[in-house]
Design a protein around this ligand. Structure first.
Ligand code: NG6
Ligand code: CA
Length: 527
């Protein structure tokens, strides 16, 4: 499989001559050159298809995102590759499907680096085109050489610098997993030598309180399931940690902190092309936004977290505007997977919906093979790019971002890299409305679905219909093959029996893709 890559895809749309690492363009002011736009991916966590006002959200205002949607493209059939974070992010950043590997499921906070240093990433690609690159916010793809062996008090031996990111300011995993500290360029930020950090996902440290044994210490949020281990900032988490001192984050300041670091980076690097992967903690649990977002909508903390996400977007846009580089920055807003309400903390997300539907009219949610699991908002904004603005129904997938930008920038990716990513930049810019011939969706486990413009096939699976632990939601799995008619928004009825020939065709197509035999695909199935 390593030998097959989408070379033909990356070669077709180069706007400038091939630029590999050795002939990277000199860093100079190029901010108005439309062949070298800045690229800012704003990646929300667990933000559903229906969670933004411009996608029909009720009870919460998202003026900053709405403005980008009004002046950009708002995709209605765009997909994350998986219904949970780690596989979705892995796939988007590498252009390699997470399900080709056994070790890309939801990562603990002490996971070793899942993307290996030698693996090609989106950051490598931008870097080879002469971009300054950075990752800010949620990481959730492991750090260090090997799971459970990190020394959090020293420079981590493997970190984002090995993956093409010039600068990083990240959370190792999620806000509900230890260690609850930011890591800047492979070292704990604000490190407090008086409080050495220890982390374990196996056992607690002597005398350290936990949510399970010391619920009286949970002054900010209580768990509904799981999340009853170490307590940081009055919230218990997954995993055990000790120490941290002044380096420990306060959940209510996470959005401010990542935004401030992103703004600093833009101010420093904004006059040369930059790529920023800005991944928010919002609207993942524990939802605990800053006071100034509290109580402004009827949905409680989840609504407040959406408002806080919108604020982050506004701050970044304002910075670009003040620097007069907004016009030549491609901003992509999206999410890693669909929404979930009760994901383990007592924030009343379900009870306080007040008529809001986080997935709009889609069935399913985070963790699900139904559309609600992976169909996410995608907004593309680029004033100087002459986009075909407005609502856009083209079917597209985040897996293509690496090859699309490589094609756009004329970067030829090394042989064998980003094998599942294809250059569909014209789709992303609204210039070509031909849908991707198929999109693969990964559910909570490794069961796959394949969506083509008219149909969606879900392979038969022994995985339970309802998620067995944690959030009680539909997985979309069934012991039989399922086929849905995609002319209907809600996947209500399995029509596999009525259309055996479609089932057979899509089953075969999925198997070919699973084998990675792209060169054997019929021409009309080639993305
Ligand atoms: C689950 C957690 C959930 C969330 C999820 C990852 C429990 C019971 N549930 O295991 O709260 O953290 O993992 O979400 O612990 S994701 O968006 O990062 O994939
Ligand atoms: Ca997520």
């Amino acid at each position: 499989m390593k030998t097959m890559k989408s070379a033909l895809a990356v070669m077709s749309l180069g706007m400038i001559a091939s630029a590999n690492a050795s002939e990277a363009p000199k860093k100079e002011k190029r901010t108005s050159d439309p062949s070298r736009p800045n690229v800012l991916i704003i990646y929300a966590d667990d933000l559903g298809y229906g969670d933004l006002q411009c996608y029909g959200a009720k009870n919460v205002e998202t003026p900053n995102v709405n403005r980008l949607a009004d002046n950009g493209i708002r995709f209605t059939h765009a997909y994350a590759t998986a219904a949970t974070s780690t596989p979705s992010r892995y796939s988007m950043l590498t252009g390699h499907y997470s399900w080709r590997r056994p070790d890309t499921d939801i990562a603990p906070g002490d996971a070793g680096m899942i993307i290996r240093p030698e693996q090609y990433t989106m950051a490598d690609m931008f870097k080879s085109a002469g971009y300054a690159t950075c990752a800010i916010g949620k990481w959730h793809l492991g750090l260090g050489d090997k799971t459970g062996t990190q020394d959090w008090n020293a420079q981590l031996p493997a970190a984002l610098g090995d993956l093409g990111f010039d600068y990083s300011y990240i959370m190792a995993a999620t806000a509900d997993r230890v260690p609850c500290v930011f890591i800047e360029n492979g070292h704990v930020a604000n490190y407090d030598p008086s409080a050495p950090i220890e982390v374990s996902y196996k056992e607690n440290f002597p005398e350290e309180p936990t949510g399970k044994d010391n619920p009286e210490l949970l002054y900010n949020l209580k768990p509904t399931f799981g999340h009853d281990m170490s307590i940081v900032n009055g919230i218990s988490r997954i995993g055990y940690m000790k120490g941290g001192g002044k380096a420990l984050w306060k959940d209510e300041n996470i959005a401010d902190s990542i935004t401030a670091h992103a703004i600093d980076f833009i101010k420093e690097k904004g006059n040369e092309p930059f790529f920023m992967y800005f991944a928010t903690n919002d609207v993942h649990v524990p939802r605990f936004p800053h006071d100034r977002f509290r109580g402004k909508n009827k949905m409680g903390l989840r609504g407040d977290a959406i408002a806080q996400f919108d604020w982050c977007v506004g701050q970044l846009v304002k910075t670009l505007e003040d620097m007069k580089i907004l016009d030549n920055t491609i901003i992509i807003i999206s999410s890693d997977n669909g929404p979930v309400l009760n994901d383990g903390y007592d924030d009343h997300a379900q009870e306080l919906l007040n008529g809001h539907s986080p997935t709009g009219e889609l069935r399913g949610s985070k963790y699900s093979l139904y559309e609600g699991g992976t169909r996410v908002p995608v907004i593309v904004h680029w004033p100087q790019g002459k986009l075909n603005k407005g609502e856009n129904k083209t079917v597209l997938s985040q897996i293509d971002l690496v090859a699309s930008f490589a094609g756009f920038l004329g970067v030829s990716m090394p042989k064998g890299s980003a094998q599942d990513s294809f250059n569909r930049m014209d789709n992303w810019l609204g210039r070509d409305m031909t849908s991707r011939p198929w999109v693969i969706q990964q559910g909570y486990d490794h069961t796959l679905a394949i969506r083509v413009p008219d149909w969606k096939y879900v392979e038969a699976s022994t995985f339970p219909k309802m998620k067995p632990r944690g959030a009680y939601v539909e997985t979309g799995c069934a012991p039989v093959q399922q086929l849905f008619d995609m002319s209907k928004t809600y996947e209500e009825t399995n029509v596999a029996q009525e259309h055996p020939e479609e089932v057979g065709k899509l089953h075969l197509l999925l198997e070919m893709i699973r084998k990675g035999n792209y060169n054997e695909l019929p021409a009309n199935e080639m993305p």
